[in-house]
Design a binder for this molecule. Sequence first.
Ligand SMILES: Cc1ncc(COP(=O)(O)O)c(C=O)c1O
Length: 346
Amino acid sequence: MRTALKSFASDNNAPVHKAVFRAMMEANQGDAIGYGDDIHTLEAEQKIKELFGKDVRVYFMLTGTGANVAALSHITRPYHAIICSDKAHLENDECGAPEKMTGCKLHQVPSVDGKIRVEQLQPFLKSKGFQHHSQPKVISITQATEMGTVYHPEEVRAIARFAHEHDLYVHMDGARIANAAASLDASLVEMTRFSGVDVLSFGATKNGAMAAEAVVFFNRELAKDFEYTRKQSMQLMSKMRYVSSQFYAMHSGNLWLENAKHANAMAHMLAEKIKDIPSVKITQKVETNAVFAIIPPEAIEKLQRRYFFYTWDAAKSEVRWMTSYDTTEKDIEQFVTAIREAVEQP
Ligand SMILES: Cc1ncc(COP(=O)(O)O)c(C=O)c1O
């Protein structure tokens, strides 16, 4: 959709943060060896190692789907199954790439808020050891979830304990891990490595970068030969410095956290200002930068003439509004006024 309308559709619609562009411009000096053997990539890798520990393995990628699919295909065989929430991006929004590229079945755990509960997992193991069925091998969780909720580190730990007891790995889709960290006030390492995650799709794009994702292996044995999987997955960027310098910009200081805190604060502000409007019903806990709400169907149409956002579930007349690092308080004030007008005027 081509639009000049202000977007509350997705943090994907926000512009690239100035500091990210600046870092890319700074990296844009002279020649640099391609495919990651350059100083910018080395420096960005070091920054990520400062976050997670110097022994982790870091591979820069171009897209979140690419990171998920490459990571999962590397740690599975085609006869495996990947357990994920029925709301998972893997399941709904990757055009079947996980199934195509891994050959695995996706087993969906029913969920209202996007989260998997450890108590739900046992039945998904019933096919283990039965040669006619796909063999569960990975539990993939999304942090923050597609519904804007977050897993507390102890919830991740419980899932990881269960996974490892049953010879399964834990993959975390961290496309919005920054928003989750800001919400939980927890460190990235506590939420991932210290909670038992084996491999992370580490996102920066949704938080102000242009196209910067990484696969980070905490379980180093699993990382073996991943460079070949990345290449076969068409995620090895020749001019790597332009990807890695984006990560450097985000993680050389606190930009990643400031951006995520701001995006979350704007969603909270929006929720706070609309929560008492009688015909608006917020449907999910607002924990990061998304607000889900049911509003009258005719109000959706009216509002969409002025703002760009998605109807999440047309049958329920539920919408998703997302904020980003560049959403301003004024944007929220104006949007709230528009929501009131749309729902209150017949
Ligand atoms: C939770 C989650 N994971 C992965 C992705 C995939 O990212 P990309 O669009 O860069 O492939 C998205 C994109 O919106 C997402 O929301």
